[in-house]
Design a protein around this ligand. Sequence first.
Ligand code: GH3
Ligand code: MG
Ligand code: MG
Ligand code: MG
Ligand code: MG
Length: 314
Amino acid sequence: YIPKENSQAFLYLKRILSWQITNKDNAILVVDDSSSARNHVVELLKRRNFTVFTANNGVQALEKLKQQKNIKMVITDLEMPEMDGIELTNEIRKIYSREQLAVIGISGASNGIHSARFIKNGADDFLRKPFCPEEFYCRITQNIESLNNIAKIQHAANTDYLTDLANRRAFFRSAEQRIQGYIKKQVPYCLAMIDIDHFKRINDQYGHDCGDQVLKVLALYMRKHFGSGLTARLGGEEFAILMHGIDTDNLYNKLDDFRREIAIATIPVGEHHLSTSISLGVVFSSHEPLSKQMSEADSALYSAKENGRNQVVV
Ligand code: GH3
Ligand code: MG
Ligand code: MG
Ligand code: MG
Ligand code: MG
């Protein structure tokens, strides 16, 4: 049977085929105490190139999830010794949100109450045994697609479109968490705010597109220098870095090396080679709330501008 071009069935088939290529990244955990039922599901998934893990019950499944971080979906039987499918779903939802992991319940019981119990306990979908392969694939594909769409939306919501760095929103969210970690482990860290010097002149002289190109190149330099740190574009020509280091001197030197490299860099933009500089305001290992640290870094940045730009001020 070959569906008519651009019919729903045709588009579905096209999607399935494109999924075959990418399914390797979508690992699925199959949980069932019956080896024949488990093997049947595994067989179906392998035909579509999924990476598959298995477990005999809920306890084993939770162990597997801890070990294999790339699992995106759990397909679980209902009745199993030690921990059944409902309890497993419940435990999973204490750790993983629906955006992180999809759960599909399977049961042979003809009673509709089981699907309701699965869904109420946090499952995303339910399959009644025996199912035909077409239905099975429809449900799997639908749920994986939905997860991937959420991931795309989340990435877009947290990323600066121009530079691909974290955006303001993502910076504030991640910075809070990282700072808590640094304080708890007593790791020296710094928060730096960066502003390009006389950026308006670049726009005025070479045009807005060249200005954009400079922002992109600066972002590349930030990635190169502060790979493990949190780098973000806060807006306009303002950026931020949160990173840890050995001590204050070490952190200061990293920032000043970065400043120096930008000051001597020639940035190719179209037929031009531009040069620019940046000013930085820094706060070290502060226990103040993030908003307070940001305004302190901002004051230091203001001083850097007042003192003649192209410098790091603490
Ligand atoms: P200072 O050294 O005092 O920071 O001077 P400045 O010219 O960099 O600062 P000012 O705040 O006067 O100007 C910032 C300019 O950044 C103005 C604005 O047009 C430009 N800008 C903001 N966002 C973007 C952007 O996304 N792309 C481009 N090309 N320019 C932008
Ligand atoms: Mg069973
Ligand atoms: Mg500015
Ligand atoms: Mg300004
Ligand atoms: Mg500026």
